[in-house]
Design a protein around this ligand. Structure first.
Ligand SMILES: [Zn+2]
Length: 142
């Protein structure tokens, strides 16, 4: 088993490894559904997935369907250096999307030149399957 540094330097793209906290998130995206946790007591939406509500500390929650719509909150354009697996993608964007549900989601906007990304730009989620288990969420302009 290669150590972390060796794995990071390969050309293989890092693949999300679902944990107890986010396995339901990845099960949903594999079905073509974007779902976020929502507190059953104070109704606060949250993302990233975690076992306890950051507002009221309740452990009770459900996985609710997102509209998939949001707006660019902030972004960066990566020109390098980066991991070898992403070198051919340079330059690429990394965006923080403020979803309609009020949670922030970090991802990428596809098919959008860097100089066309603007604050408050509307985007919608698209599902990008990596394999049978993992489907990534990226964004496109509607
Ligand atoms: Zn709560």
């Amino acid at each position: 088993m290669p150590d972390l540094r060796e794995r990071a330097l390969t050309r293989d793209r890092p693949r999300p490894q679902p944990t107890l906290d986010d396995v339901e998130f990845f099960e949903a995206t594999a079905r073509g559904e974007l779902r976020f946790q929502r507190c059953s007591d104070c109704q606060t939406w949250r993302h990233y997935p975690r076992p306890v509500c950051p507002e009221c500390q309740s452990p009770r929650f459900s996985w609710e369907l997102s509209s998939g719509r949001g707006r660019i909150y902030t972004w960066s354009v990566v020109h390098g250096p980066t991991l070898p697996a992403f070198r051919d993608d340079l330059p690429y964007n990394v965006v923080d999307v403020l979803m309609e549900e009020g949670v922030h989601f970090q991802s990428q906007v596809l098919d959008c030149p860097a100089d066309e990304i603007t604050a408050d730009m509307q985007v919608e989620a698209v599902f990008v399957p990596l394999d049978e288990e993992i489907t990534l969420i990226k964004f496109r302009r509607p």
